[in-house]
Design a protein around this ligand. Structure first.
Ligand code: SIN
Length: 579
C-alpha cells in the first residue's frame, strides 16, 4: 500500500529564534510532500545504465558531459528539447571573466560581492572568478569564438554592476555560439549518448542515494529508468512561472522540483532576478535587450524622455539590475504606461548593426530602427537565483546527485546576480563536478524503485492552470512583494496544489506540477524573509536587516526551513569596502 512519503508537517520554525522579526507561520500544502509524480515500478520498465547521467544540455550540462567522458566515463545526456534548445542559447550579453589587462580576480570578486548584497559565499565567489581564466581558455580551445579587437585581444563589454569592461561575447549572440560549439563537441564525443526530447519525470532514490532518473519519451509514451552512479542536474531555471519572462517555454524548473521531491535541500528561492530591459512587445517570451547596450552608452528615458537613473545610483543606467528594475517600476507607475524607453540613437547605425546584430534585426522586424527610434523596454523575470543547494564541488545534499547552472544554488550570486556571471557559474561548477567525480564516483547500483498509485481527479484544465499560476506570480510575487500580496498568492497557489495530488502523464502536465511546486516554495520563501535585499523587495519591510537576515534559507521536503550563516566577509564587501 502506498504511503505518501512524510507529509509536510513543519510549522515554520520561528520559535527557535525569538529575536527574529515577525514572519508568517503558514504551512505548505501537504501535496508538496509527495515523493513521485507518477505510478511506476522500475522492474516493469526498460532501463539503461551509464556511469554518469547528465540532465539538461545548456552550458552546464554539456560541460559536465564532455568532462566526464574525457575522463573515461560513459555518459547519458538527456534533454527535453533538441540539444540546442536551452536557456544558454538565448544568452546575449556574454560570459564574465577577469581577463582584461586592467582587471583582476580581486576586482571581479569585489563586484560580485557588492552586487550580491551581503549574501554571497565568499569562498564560492573566489573559486568561480578564480577559475574563470582557465575555463574560458578551455572554451576557446573547444572552438568558441569570442569577438576580438584589432590587436587580437578579446573584446570586452561592460554590463550593470561591473566596475570595468569584463564580459566576453560573440556579438550579441554569445549563448548561441557557446551552445553550438559545445553541442557539436558532445555529438562527436565517443562516450556520450544523447537522448533528445526526453522528459525528466523524477529522480530515483534508493535509501539516501540518488541512483538514476525516471525519463519519459513523449514520442513512444514509454517510461524508462536511467540508472547511473552519479547524476548531474543541469536543467536551468523556471521563468515560466511568470507571465512576462525572457525565458523560453522550456524553463519550467523540472530539475529543482524533482530534486525537492527527492529530498534535496533547496535554498534562496525568494531571489528572482528581473531583467530591466526586455523588449516590450506582444511576443512571449520577451526578447531581451542586452545590458551590454547600456554598457555601450544607451540611456533609459521616462515618458518625458528624461534620463531617470542619474542621481539614483552612481553607476546610473549601469547600476545593479535590482536597482534599475525597481526604478523602472516606479517610472512605469508614475507615467501610467507599460514601458520606459531605451535610447541608443547616439551610438550610430553602423556601430549598432555591427555590435548588436540580433537586437538590431529583432527590433527592425518589429518596426523599430534603433538608430532612429526609442526602444520600449520593461522588466521581465529573467533568472532564478535560488535552486538546489550545492557545495563547492556541485554536490547536493543527496549522495550521488550533483547540480550545476541555474537549477543550482551555490551561493555565488547572493541576493542579486552580477550580470554575465551565470554562464560562468555553470561552466566552472560543471568542471568542478567532473573533478569531484574522480574521487566520489560510485558504480551504478542495482536498484528497484516502486511508486504506488495516486488520486486521479484534477480540478483545472491545463491552460487555465498555467495562466492562473503566471498571473498570480506576476501580480503578487513580482518585483515588489508584501505580506498581503504573498498571503494572497499562497492562498491561491494552495488551491492549485490540488494538481499535485493527481497522476498526470503528459510533459506539459508534469511541467505544470513542477511550476506549481516551485511557485509555492518561492512564495513562502518570500513571505518568510521579512526584509528587502537585492532582488527581494518587500514593501512592508523596505530595509535590509543584517541582524536577522544575513543568512541563506535552506529547506528540504518534510523538514522545516532553516537559516544558515554566510561565510566570509561579504557584509563588509557589500557595504562598499573594496581592495
Ligand atoms: C544581458 O545580456 O543583458 C543578460 C546577461 C545576463 O543575464 O547575465
Amino acid at each position: 500500500m502506498w504511503q505518501r512519503s512524510p507529509p509536510w508537517s513543519g510549522w515554520w520554525p520561528l520559535a527557535e529564534d525569538a529575536a527574529a522579526p515577525r514572519t508568517h507561520s503558514r504551512h505548505l500544502p501537504d501535496a508538496l510532500g509527495r515523493r513521485y509524480l507518477l505510478e511506476f515500478d522500475t522492474a516493469e520498465l526498460a532501463s539503461r545504465r551509464a556511469d554518469v547521467l547528465v540532465i539538461g544540455s545548456g552550458m552546464a550540462g554539456l560541460t559536465a558531459a564532455l568532462g566526464a567522458a574525457a575522463n573515461g566515463r560513459s555518459v547519458h545526456l538527456v534533454t527535453k528539447g533538441r540539444i540546442s534548445e536551452t536557456n544558454t542559447w538565448y544568452a546575449q550579453g556574454g560570459i564574465a571573466g577577469a581577463v582584461g589587462e586592467a582587471d583582476s580576480v580581486e576586482l571581479h570578486l569585489a563586484d560580485t560581492l557588492v552586487v550580491g548584497q551581503g549574501l554571497c559565499e565568499e569562498d564560492v565567489v573566489r573559486a568561480v572568478v578564480g577559475e574563470a581564466g582557465e575555463a574560458l581558455r578551455d572554451l576557446v580551445r573547444l572552438g568558441v569564438e569570442f569577438d576580438r579587437v584589432e590587436s587580437g585581444a578579446v573584446d570586452l563589454h561592460r554590463e550593470g554592476g561591473h566596475s570595468l569592461p569584463r564580459v566576453l561575447h560573440t556579438g550579441d549572440a554569445t549563448g548561441a555560439e557557446i551552445q553550438n560549439k559545445l553541442s557539436g563537441a558532445v555529438k562527436r564525443a565517443e562516450r556520450v549518448e544523447v537522448f533528445e526530447e526526453r522528459f525528466l519525470v523524477d529522480l530515483l532514490t534508493a535509501g539516501e542515494r540518488c541512483v538514476g532518473a525516471l525519463i519519459y519519451d513523449p514520442a513512444t509514451h514509454d517510461l524508462e529508468a536511467f540508472w547511473a552512479g552519479s547524476i548531474v542536474l543541469a536543467t536551468g531555471g523556471a521563468g515560466q512561472m511568470y507571465r512576462i519572462t525572457t525565458n523560453p517555454l522550456l524553463a519550467t524548473g523540472d530539475g529543482v522540483a524533482a530534486a525537492w521531491r527527492a529530498g534535496a535541500e533547496v535554498s534562496d528561492l525568494e531571489f528572482v532576478q528581473f531583467h530591466p530591459t526586455a523588449f516590450d512587445s506582444a511576443a512571449s517570451p520577451k526578447f531581451l535587450i542586452t545590458e551590454a547596450l547600456r554598457g555601450e552608452g544607451a540611456y533609459l528615458l521616462d515618458c518625458d524622455e528624461k534620463r531617470f537613473m542619474l542621481g539614483v545610483h552612481e553607476l546610473a543606467e549601469l547600476a545593479p539590475r535590482d536597482v534599475v528594475t525597481r526604478e523602472i517600476e516606479k517610472v512605469i507607475a508614475r507615467c501610467g504606461r507599460p514601458n520606459v524607453w531605451l535610447d541608443a540613437r547616439h551610438l550610430g547605425a553602423e556601430h549598432l548593426r555591427l555590435h548588436f546584430p540580433t537586437v538590431w534585426e529583432t527590433c527592425l522586424e518589429a518596426g523599430i530602427d534603433i538608430s532612429k527610434d526609442l526602444i520600449p523596454v520593461a522588466p521581465a523575470a529573467h533568472y532564478m537565483i535560488g535552486g538546489v543547494r550545492i557545495d563547492l564541488d556541485g554536490r547536493t545534499s543527496v549522495p550521488g546527485l550533483y547540480a550545476s547552472g541555474e537549477c543550482s544554488c551555490s551561493g555565488l550570486h547572493g541576493a542579486n546576480r552580477l550580470a554575465s556571471n551565470s554562464l560562468l557559474e555553470g561552466l566552472v561548477f560543471s568542471r568542478r563536478i567532473v573533478r569531484a567525480l574522480e574521487t566520489d564516483a560510485q558504480p551504478v547500483p542495482p536498484a528497484r524503485v516502486v511508486s504506488p498509485p495516486s488520486d486521479d481527479s484534477v480540478l483545472y484544465t491545463l491552460p487555465m492552470a498555467l495562466g492562473n499560476l503566471q498571473s498570480v506570480m506576476s501580480q503578487f510575487v513580482g518585483v515588489n512583494r508584501s505580506e498581503g500580496s504573498l498571503e494572497e498568492a499562497a492562498t491561491m497557489l494552495g488551491e492549485m496544489a490540488a494538481v499535485l495530488d493527481v497522476s498526470l502523464t503528459r510533459p506539459a502536465e508534469l511541467e505544470l506540477q513542477n511550476l506549481v511546486t516551485l511557485a509555492i516554495l518561492l512564495t513562502h520563501a518570500a513571505w518568510y524573509r521579512t526584509e528587502s535585499r537585492g532582488c527581494h523587495s518587500r514593501t512592508d519591510y523596505p530595509l535590509r536587516d543584517d541582524e536577522h537576515w544575513r543568512v541563506r534559507t535552506v529547506w528540504r521536503r518534510g523538514a522545516s526551513p532553516r537559516r544558515e550563516a554566510i561565510t566570509g566577509r561579504t557584509d563588509a564587501w557589500a557595504a562598499g569596502e573594496r581592495p
